[in-house]
Ligand binder design. Structure first.
Ligand code: PEP
Length: 243
């Protein structure tokens, strides 16, 4: 299981006390990986606080190593700051920064080039689900934003229905089971046995109350948690809910 916390554009220095509390509270859980993705300005400080107890990740990376890309950060820079993971293709990047599947695939390749594990996010909009197109949308995102060589790298797919992110509206267990089975089928069809081993995380309003039910569903290999990762006590409860 991989439980990742995406702080988004939240967290000033004060958040480091939450990292300290998280480190102190993490019980030894063999086989369970915990990753925090803070804003880039906090990366080195979170790495220092987290030690080896928690992995640290970026929330995005540029596809190039360096260059005239004001405001961007490369995967190599994340690595240099101590990160071991990066998220790519978060719906907020797709929505507010116009990132296409091709851009996201290039960013995933950049993450691996730098030696990072990569969480690739996919998920449908509410209107797409209402129109009954959720499987088609996710299949297209998987086909075009997950690179052809994904199975030979450290990768997790995060299924994050956009209508469930930050809304308090979690997908039902049935929705999650069906979509994760669909994603697994696509991964196996494309990557064979290696596709069966890729972790599929669920994200979208995971909280201390619903974590146990979500994390116990078949093909749920962990969670990508936004709001509830900001408080150590909440995040620890979610971590503790992992089977
Ligand atoms: C996210 O940011 O990836 C996310 C799932 O957010 P939240 O848990 O707040 O819905």
């Amino acid at each position: 299981m991989l439980i990742a916390g995406n702080w988004k554009m939240n967290g000033l220095d004060a958040s480091l006390s939450e990292v300290r509390a998280l480190v102190a509270g993490l019980k030894a859980r063999p086989g369970l990986k915990v990753v925090i993705c803070p804003p880039a300005t906090l990366l080195t400080r979170v790495v220092k606080e987290a030690g080896s107890a928690i992995g640290v990740g970026g929330q995005d990376c540029h596809a190039k190593v360096s260059g005239a890309f004001t405001g961007d950060i490369s995967a190599e820079m994340l690595k240099d700051a101590g990160a071991t993971w990066t998220i790519v293709g978060h719906s907020e990047r797709r929505q507010y920064h116009g990132e296409t599947d091709a851009v996201i695939a290039a960013k995933a390749e950049a993450g691996w080039r730098a030696g990072l594990g990569v969480m690739i996010c996919v998920g449908e909009l509410e209107a797409e689900r209402v129109a009954g197109k959720e499987y088609e949308v996710v299949s297209t995102q998987l086909a075009n934003s997950v690179p052809a060589d994904a199975a030979s790298h450290i990768v997790a797919i995060a299924y994050e229905p956009v209508w469930a992110i930050g809304t308090g509206r979690t997908a039902t267990a049935e929705d999650i089971v069906k979509m994760h089975a669909h994603i697994r089928k696509e991964l196996v069809a494309r990557f064979g046995d290696a596709g069966a081993k890729i972790e599929i995380l669920y994200g979208g309003s995971v909280n201390p109350k619903n974590a146990k039910e979500i994390l116990s569903q078949p093909e749920v290999g962990g969670a990508l948690v936004g709001g509830a990762s900001l408080k150590a006590a909440d995040f620890l409860t979610i971590v503790d809910a992992a089977p």
